[in-house]
Design a protein around this ligand. Sequence first.
Ligand code: SF4
Ligand code: SF4
Length: 402
Amino acid sequence: MPSPANPEGQLIMARSHLDQLLGAITRRGFRLIGPTVRDGAIVYDEISSSADLPAGWTDEQDGGRYRLRRRGDDALFGYNVGPQSPKRYLFPPSSLLSRVRSEDGLSFTAAGEPDAAPLAFMGVRSCELHAIAIQDRVFLGGRHVDPVYSGRREGAFIVAVNCGQAGGTCFCVSMQTGPRAQAGFDLALTELLDAGRHEFLVEIGTARGAEVMSEVACRGALAVDTEAADQIIQRTAASMGRQMDTGGIKDLLYENFEHPRWEDVAGRCLACGNCTMACPTCFCFSVENVSDLTGTQAELHRSWDSCFTMDHSYLHGGAVRVTNRSRYRQWMTHKLATWIDQYGSSGCVGCGRCITWCPVGIDITEEVAAIRADGAMAGGPDGATQPEPAGPAAQEGQTHDA
Ligand code: SF4
Ligand code: SF4
C-alpha cells in the first residue's frame, strides 16, 4: 500500500518501486527524459521505465577521455555527467523560430510548441540544476523572454540525484554547485546501495513532488538512512577529480588579458567548439533564413553557435576574434569573469564536460592555475586591462585582434 508522503520529511523508496514513481510522472502527461546508454556514452534520452536507465554502468573521465565501464553492482546512477545536459531539451540544438507562408494570403507561425508534452527530467545532478538556473537568467530573466526556452522550461518536472561519486573532471565543490542538490528540484534522490539494500532516500522539494510521491510505496526515512545518504555525499565532495581556486578570479582574469598563457593554450586549441557544445551553460546561437524553391514559404531557424568559430565575431566585413588565442580567452574570461558582471554569477558550474570532451584535453582548471601561478600581470603593452565584451551585440567598435 502506498504510504502518505510527508512534505516536511524524507522518504525511503525501494529500487523495486522506482517504476511506480516513473509511472506517476508519466500519468500526469510528462515526456520522461532520463539517462540511458547510447553510442558508448550515458546520454539523456526519452525513457519509459527504469529498465532504460544505465544499470551497472559507470564512466571514467579525464582530459580528452571518456570511457564506459561495468560496475560491480546494479547502481542506476553510478556514473557522472555525460556529454549532454538538460540544455539539449530546454534549449534545443536547433529550433524553428518562425514560418511565413504566402499561399492564399500571408500566414505566420511564431516560435513555441504549445501542443508539446511537458518535460520531466530524471537523474539531474546538482551542477546541472545550477546550470538550469543560469540559463533561466539568460533566457527568462531579461526584458525579452525566449519563447522556445520558456515553453519547455515552464512546468518541467525535475527529479534530481545526489552524486554518489565524483568524476575525474568534476570540480563542483570549487564552484559551490554540488554535489548535493539543494534547490530547483521537485524530488531529489540519493541511491543507497550495498549488499543488503538497494533503496533511494527521497527528498521532497515541491508540493507537486509530494503529490507524485503519494502514489509511490515508501516509508519515512530514519536517522540511519539520512546519515547513510549524508556520508555518500560527503565522500563524493571529498573526492573531486579537479579543483579551481576561484578567489578573486574576476580581477585575476581582467588583469591578465595579455598573459602569455593565452598564446600557450592557443597552440593546443583546435577551435573545434566541443567545449561550448558540451557546456550546460553556453547559450550562443545563430539564426538562418531558409526559403523553399517555390518562394511560398520562408523559415527562420536558430542553432547552437560557438565563440570558437570565425563567423561568431564577424562584424562589418571582418571577424573581431581571428586568432585561437583571442577566442579561447574570450570563452574562458566570459565563463569565469564577465559572466559575473552580466548575470551576477559565474558561468561555470564545475561539471568538467569541457575538459572531458576537449579532443586535446585542455583543462579550464589548469589554465586558471597557470595564470594564477604567475601572479597578476599588468595589462597589455598599452596598459589596457579590459576584457573583450561578452556577447556579439556588445562587440561593436572593437578593434581586430590579430
Ligand atoms: S565551463 Fe566547463 S566545467 Fe564549467 S560549466 Fe562549462 S563545461 Fe562545465
Ligand atoms: S578548448 Fe578544446 S574543445 Fe574547446 S575549442 Fe579548443 S580544442 Fe576544441
